[in-house]
Design a protein around this ligand. Sequence first.
Ligand code: NDP
Ligand code: 8X3
Length: 254
Amino acid sequence: MTSIQPSTVFVTGASSGFGAAIARRFAASGARVIASARRAERLKDLAGELGSSVLPVTLDVRDRAAVFAAVSDLPAEFAEVDVLVNNAGLALGQDLAQAADLDDWDQMVDTNCKGLAYVTRAVLPGMVARRKGHVINLGSVAGGYPYPGGNAYGGSKAFVHQFSLGLRSDLHGTGVRVTCVEPGLADTEFSTVRFHGDKARADAVYTGMQPLTAADIAESVYWAASLPPHVNVNVIELMATAQSFAAFQVAREG
Ligand code: NDP
Ligand code: 8X3
């Protein structure tokens, strides 16, 4: 098998965690990287670290018009995107559904589902026209396995899984590949964001166990993208060895 070297990679949510690690991994391989997120200062620092092969693009994926403008305004040397990594996303809260904050639910659906769909829709026509490209979406084990308080976050990641499979069907015969990467617990800013800045509660999630790292996820994304063009990895599900499944719960009377 002859591996390929993606030359232009668009990463959303590149200001932190998986996205920053994915940007670093592709930049190290010699790719041009469009690094996008809302926090411009973080992107500037990343571009400062990685050099002129990285183009920082301040973008909120929930803003549909801004997403289409960002893609159509890419400078010529970054305009032909080979790999889109739809990584921007978040969990907010872990309250049971009957007590959850609807603003949190709105933001998760707007970001994880709608934002991901906007960026995909903006980038896909170019890939199809060039008959070359790869969309890599960040799902989660939360999309396939329920847990208390996972409600809307898990639902949003189930959307990412099914949307990815749907893209595979739609892109049949175009040469454009689609992969959904579905990690379990990984130590990034994810839990700090989820618990609205409560660092102690976030740190407790990873205490006494070895979680996945952002670099682990970046390596999986890079692996899928660098396989030969005739190979499509549909789904990658990965967990820390220390994380697994628990039994069904039964509410007993009395
Ligand atoms: P981080 O919180 O470290 O990073 C999330 C990234 O998403 C940040 O760069 C943030 O940038 C960006 N982001 C959030 N909202 C928006 C928005 N509206 N527009 C643009 N960018 C946005 O978390 P992770 O790196 O862990 O998460 C990355 C992805 O992986 C997410 O989709 C998450 O659901 C998923 N995931 C995470 C797991 C984990 O345990 N860590 C496990 C499974 C999946 P900024 O705030 O600057 O906009
Ligand atoms: C993040 C993994 O298990 O915290 O998507 O929901 S989990």
